[in-house]
Structures are given as structure tokens and as C-alpha cells.
Design a protein around this ligand. Structure first.
Ligand code: SF4
Length: 212
């Protein structure tokens, strides 16, 4: 019988980024669907008695209540992941969340947009574009429009799926930091992979103009 190795941990840390916890479903070049299920808090501090950087998935309700933003000190509990191949955050099922120190900063007026994250409906409405992974990890990491999504690829319809993580940007189309990066392969059993070269970006963000 499989042993459930999940465990509950405690953490405390300073917020270094807050991003939407996004999910993407891909099927060849026929479909790329996006959804959001809360936020990922990125922190610097101590988790499970280990010092360093870590991330915790929290719900939209928890974010609405605490309004976490960069510089705040947060403590709480969370669980290690049940599906590490699918979940980007290090920990999830967050509980006992407390803001121990709040930082009051003016809203940003330029990129990267480091202010308070909006409601998830705003991300869903805006849609997103593929973001070069190196740019995501560098200049974009603190931006509220950046995310590293949990991606499910329908590899053999109804039989087998593949999982990976991909970076996206929900921000203004004219942001000077934006780089799309290389086309992304979408494999399917028995076929050469299709490549998403930005075709879906146009569809996902067609409701807004260059400066939105
Ligand atoms: S490219 Fe996107 S994620 Fe990066 S700073 Fe600009 S708006 Fe933010």
C-alpha cells in the first residue's frame, strides 16, 4: 500500500512576491485553457526548520483577508505537496495565516508592477501571454502580473497526461520587460510535437489593447 508522506509544516518569512496560482490545460494546438485557484506567496524565511526561499499556495479568501504584499512578514502552517509534478508552490493547504508585520508602500507606477495583487477575476478577464522563463525568474519575479503555471498536457486523450510548469504574463502588452521566449512544444502520443509560438497569446488577450 502506498504511504502518504505528506506532512504539516510551520513557516515564517518575508514576502518577496505574490502571484496568481494559475492552471493551464493544453491539448496540441487545439486548446490552451487558463484558470486561477488562489495565489502563490513567495517568501524568504524559515519553513519546516530550514532557512531559505520557499513558496506557499493560499486561497483567494485568505489573500482577501490578509492582503499580503511584498515586504510583509507572514507566518502560518501548510502541507507538503501531494502532487509535486503538478504543483509549483512548495507547500499548499495553508492555514493559521498571520501577518506579523505589514509594510505600507505606495502603489507602483511602473514595471515591474510590485503593488497589491488584484482579485482573481481580474486575471481571468485579462488573459495572459507566454513569458520567457529566464525573464520570469529575473526582472519579472516580483511583478503581480507574472506567474509560473501548473500545466497539464493531454498527451493521450483520456488515458495519459503530462505535467510541467510554464511562465506567463498577465501585464500590459507594451511592458518593455516583456519577452515571449522560445516556442513551447506540446507533445501528443504518436505525433511530432506541435509548437505554441504565441498563437494562443493573441486569443487569450484579445479583449485588451496594447496599454491595458
Ligand atoms: S513583462 Fe509582464 S510580468 Fe514582466 S514586468 Fe512586465 S508586466 Fe510584469
Amino acid at each position: 500500500m502506498a504511504v502518504n508522506k505528506q506532512k504539516k509544516i510551520k513557516y515564517i518569512g518575508t514576502v518577496i512576491s505574490v502571484q496568481p496560482r494559475s492552471n493551464v490545460w493544453r491539448y496540441r494546438l487545439d486548446n490552451r485553457n487558463h484558470s486561477t485557484t488562489g495565489y502563490n506567496l513567495f517568501l524568504e524565511g524559515i519553513a519546516d526548520d530550514v532557512e531559505g526561499r520557499f513558496s506557499v499556495a493560499i486561497s483567494e479568501k485568505q489573500q482577501e483577508k490578509l492582503r499580503c504584499r511584498i515586504g510583509d512578514t507572514i507566518s502560518g502552517t501548510a502541507w507538503t505537496k501531494k502532487y509535486p509534478q503538478w504543483e509549483y508552490a512548495d507547500y499548499y493547504r495553508a492555514g493559521a495565516l498571520k501577518k506579523l508585520k505589514a509594510v505600507i508602500t505606495a502603489e507602483e507606477s511602473a514595471h515591474p508592477w510590485n503593488g497589491e495583487v488584484p482579485q482573481l477575476s481580474v486575471y481571468d478577464e485579462r488573459g495572459c501571454r507566454m513569458l520567457d522563463t529566464r525573464t520570469y525568474k529575473g526582472k519579472c519575479f516580483t511583478c503581480k502580473w507574472a506567474c509560473m503555471a501548473n500545466v497539464t498536457i493531454e498527451y493521450d486523450w483520456g488515458v495519459r497526461q503530462k505535467f510541467r510548469f510554464e511562465s506567463f504574463c498577465y501585464g500590459p502588452k507594451n511592458c518593455p520587460l516583456y519577452k515571449r521566449g522560445k516556442p513551447r512544444p506540446v507533445p501528443y502520443k504518436g505525433w511530432d510535437p506541435d509548437y505554441d509560438d504565441g498563437f494562443f497569446d493573441e486569443i487569450c488577450t484579445e479583449r485588451r489593447g496594447d496599454e491595458d
